[in-house]
Design a protein around this ligand. Sequence first.
Ligand code: FAD
Length: 432
Amino acid sequence: MKIIVIGSGFSGAAAARTLADAGHDVVILEGRDRIGGRTHTDSSLGPDLDLGGSWIHGQHGNPLTPLAKAAGATWKWTDFKNVLGNSVMAFDTDGTQLDTAEYSQGIGNYDGAMAMIDGSILIDELGDEVQSMADLYETGLIKQSADEPHATQKGHLYTRKIRFQYENAASLEDSAVNISGYVKLPGGDNLLCGGGYRQVLLHLLGGLEVQTNTAVQEIRNEPDGVRVITNQGQFVADRCIVTVPLGVLQSGNIKFAPELPAAKQDAIQRIGMGNYEKIALKFPKIFWPTEPHRLNYMSDHEPPLYNAWLNFGHFTGDPVLVCYHGGPMAEYTNQMDDEDLISGCVETLKKMFGDDIPDPISYVRTRWSADEFSQGSYSYNKVGQHEEDRIELGRPVDDRLYFAGEATHPHFFGTVHGAYESGIRAAREILD
Ligand SMILES: Cc1cc2nc3c(=O)[nH]c(=O)nc-3n(C[C@H](O)[C@H](O)[C@H](O)COP(=O)(O)OP(=O)(O)OC[C@H]3O[C@@H](n4cnc5c(N)ncnc54)[C@H](O)[C@@H]3O)c2cc1C
């Protein structure tokens, strides 16, 4: 059978690999001039640095773990929650360093309250008026005591206001209180170092050819097969797997003839597509402590800015820091030009480490939400979304058109392993 796979991210690569291994004739069409989609290992600063997905979230039971091992990839555990006691270095708004133990207690208090709510019947008893994470905070269930030490209050506030929004890639108002939808695998957050996700993807593709610079404009489901219209001409096959991001489907940039079923179109519009952006700065030397994995800054800007830093140098020895913004913070920084963004980063680092720090010698920033081939970072559960929407999104049409991609995964959405598993699921639907 001849099969077209649209997209060379982890879902497309997994689908193509599975089908090619089963003896089918597979063509991968990719709109960009590179492979990988929302995994993009960039080496322009020197070290291999992932500008999209960069962690294996939960290495136990994760299908990426054996794949990454087979690819010869290495990874390092990142301690986001200061389990080790010295992995998170936190700074107040004026740049004063906050007491690490007290701050970590605040992180723990927040996470404990969330785990309690998530694991209890409370979530079902909240009532219809509690739809968003912002509504949940209004209930007062996640308490923050004024008697706690200052640093503990900051740790709690940071986790609730900043970390949640950048991890979920969405505002508290848009994020549904459906915290049980996502399944977190055990085994921590593991940063791929040296080769990055590119190394794993190349191993997965294993020589399969990808036709890059081939942007799909229309997908026609015809009586004798599927016709895919691209900027490089037409391609015809017996089956087609569509793995383009949710944001691309929401934009309507790809036409479907006949139109997709109404239920699928509704699901596409209801699921949330989030924003999450990175700025990586390379300095002449490491001027910050090498021990912490993370540097947390408590911004009083609205939305908060320059709050979350990965000490890349801790993992690789390179003089590189990576700053993250998600949700409303990412939307705000996406309006900023490079000069303002970089000077904002440097001013914040000066508050934390003093005026004598050197200027960055190079940088790289992402604009996933403005990129026509992603139109966002990854999906999240949005207020108003229906429980079945992700299943509906992934449902085949006429046993001819198949759908994969992170947003179709009911439990591992927003991740590389979710994308990978969805590709295998779609391939198996064809094989079955
Ligand atoms: C900044 C950022 C950080 C992240 N961090 C992590 C992390 O640490 N760990 C983790 O597990 N996940 C992370 N994720 C999420 C993870 O990267 C994605 O869930 C995953 O890579 C999505 O894979 P996919 O195959 O579903 O989609 P994609 O990788 O987006 O693949 C879809 C492909 O379709 C192509 N395409 C789109 N439109 C067209 C068209 N018209 N014609 C032809 N081709 C087209 C795209 O170019 C792309 O290659 C992160 C994502 C971002 C953006």
